[in-house]
Design a protein around this ligand. Structure first.
Ligand SMILES: CC(C)(COP(=O)(O)OP(=O)(O)OC[C@H]1O[C@@H](n2cnc3c(N)ncnc32)[C@H](O)[C@@H]1OP(=O)(O)O)[C@@H](O)C(=O)NCCC(=O)NCCS
Length: 181
């Protein structure tokens, strides 16, 4: 299943993507707020191997890559966590190669995935978890229309330290209203 926007193709990750993924995911500075930073190519192989091969399976993560149509290059990825047995809620996370940031690519691709989750898979609620210091991520989700629901203090242990966690959420009916304006 492939999603398409004006500039991008959003398709399931495959093992052949490992080199391009490693290139930007290994960057410790850019990925300061990420729980997963691969040290080796084998780490990326394991990651690709353990994500769900099928989308929309309860209690699994599914991983898309974002491909720039013009260059056919992988410019980032979007992970989706299908939460709970009733399978009506998801968590979403996005990472871009730093050479492709600040061009609206994350906004364009995340909006398309949200459309797909609400309109094709009939999800009720989408959440995202963000470190309060991750300003670009906060700007991204607020630009799209997510609401801040919670600020948990030192609730996550990431990269060797306790960090705060913001939870942002978006309901299907809110997405409908945003898009009817
Ligand atoms: C979070 C992340 C994906 C956001 O990327 P981004 O490049 O800021 O987001 P976009 O691609 O939507 O670009 C938006 C920016 O480009 C600008 N822009 C330029 N052309 C644009 C266009 N055609 N359309 C929309 N925005 C455009 C916007 O004004 C905005 O600028 P701003 O950040 O100064 O407000 C990126 O910072 C990242 O990968 N971070 C590391 C990983 C991470 O921490 N992920 C979050 C945890 S899940």
């Amino acid at each position: 299943m492939i999603l398409e926007t004006e500039r991008l193709l959003i398709r399931p990750i495959k093992i052949e993507d490992k080199k391009e993924i490693f290139e930007y995911r290994r960057d410790k500075e850019m990925n300061t707020y990420q729980g997963w930073i691969p040290e080796t190519m084998e780490d990326v192989e394991k990651f690709i191997d353990q994500v769900s091969k099928q989308i929309n399976i309860p209690e699994t993560w599914f991983q898309f890559v974002i491909v720039q149509k013009e260059t056919e290059k992988i410019v980032g990825d979007i992970g989706i966590h299908f939460i709970g047995e009733e399978n009506k809620q998801t968590e979403i996370g996005c990472t871009l190669n730093k050479d492709f940031q600040s061009k609206g690519i994350a906004t364009e691709s995340v909006k398309k995935v949200i459309d797909y989750l609400f309109n094709e898979l009939d999800k009720h609620r989408i959440i995202t978890s963000i470190d309060p210091k991750n300003e670009k991520s906060i700007r991204l989700v607020e630009r799209i229309g997510f609401r801040k629901e919670a600020h948990f203090v030192e609730s996550l242990f990431i990269n060797g330290k306790w960090v705060d966690d913001l939870i942002y959420a978006l309901l299907k009916n809110e997405w409908g209203k945003i898009n009817s304006n």
